[in-house]
Design a protein. Sequence first.
Length: 470
Amino acid sequence: MTHDSDPSAFAAATPARLDGDPGPVAPMEVDEKNMPIEEARCWLLNGTNRDIDIYVNYDDQPLVTDIQSLSIGPVLTLDGTVDRPYGTYTLEARDKGDPDGPVLASASVPLEEGDSYSAALHRVGQEEYQLSIFTNDYSPSEDARLVARHCAYPEEVDWEISQNGETPEIPDDPRSGTLERGEWQTATDVTESDYLFEVFVDGELVTVEVNLELEVETTYAVHIVGEPEPLDIESYEEAEDSALDEAKWLLVQAFEVVPGEDVLDTVTAPAPPTSTTDENEGIEFDCDPVDVYQSNLVEQEVSATDPDGYVTGLAIGEVDPPTDGITIVDNSVDRAQVLGDETTATLRVGPDVPDGTYDVELVANPESLNERATCTLTVDVDPVPAERLYDLVDEFQLSDDVDPDIATDLNTLAHSAGVHREEGQTTEACALLTEFLDLVGSNKGSGISEAAHDDLQAEAQSLRADMGCE
């Protein structure tokens, strides 16, 4: 659709709002002069009439607070480090200062090295919002590139650019298009000049930028936002005189690109955003239960995998009932080096953990901006039975760690202690275990190896403690 405009009305042009600027209007300039070569970026835009906070990867605290209405907020930057790894990220928008309030909209996007996106929150229904994530185009360009993005409430808008009369010596290069809500399209190879950018709804002008300065080798992303209504003005001078902000429904970002070859002047077909939904895959765990006798040290591998991201660490969270003896072994975390690979660690249950059943929380990404997830595994620490003692004695006899004659005497004591314990004769059982310990101690290094001595002592003492022996 084509609309008539009056180039003679372009006096004292009002420049467009800039990338990252918290104020209502700022001079137009290139805001991102370097491509994200060794990092990934996602700009956060608020195209609604409410102030918002942005939450990342289901965290209960906002990463970015107080993005004011109709503004471009900060940029989320990832560099592939442990605390800011690459991978799929979910963004959630809530009202400012309301962490327990409803999520207005959410969407996920894969952020890898070299990526650049803009995520715009906009209204799509009476109380419905959408988070539209767009890919920023850094491909080479000889002239200017204009990208129009429809993030406003009207279901459909028409947009047009034409020279504003400030550079009459340059041939005009008008372009136009029609977008449904959430769509975008690109005007390629636009001649460098000063342009008028107009937006129409049902044939009526609703917003205009009267001095959009397009420069070569730059991509300009113009976001049409908010809830624009028809401008009741005869000329743009009238808008200026009445202090009307006729460009407040436009948020503009500019990205410098490398020089490219001349391409066909065209306006691409409307296309949907890169993402409007949350398709972030959850973290998968391998955290099998652990069963161990008291006084024994056991180590078991645990692992976690993020199918569309990285798990950068594993840690123990809460342990119920509390104990300090269940840990992740220092320096045992082997981090995934490739997207979707497994991260492993060694879980240790120490010999000093009392008998009982423990619910152990394993935490993935405990110190990362990436998605945090947990798995609860059960650790059963069983009291040492008397049978355990003579089983252990038999094992050490077979490995030549205990002489056969000594093993026979130890098993006799252990068996007798077990019988007295079952019959409730605790004093007699405790006395037999004392004889067991004395026999082990007196034969250390001469009939009982040092390793066997230490293990048999620990098992017998654990059994005595469990029986309440003095």
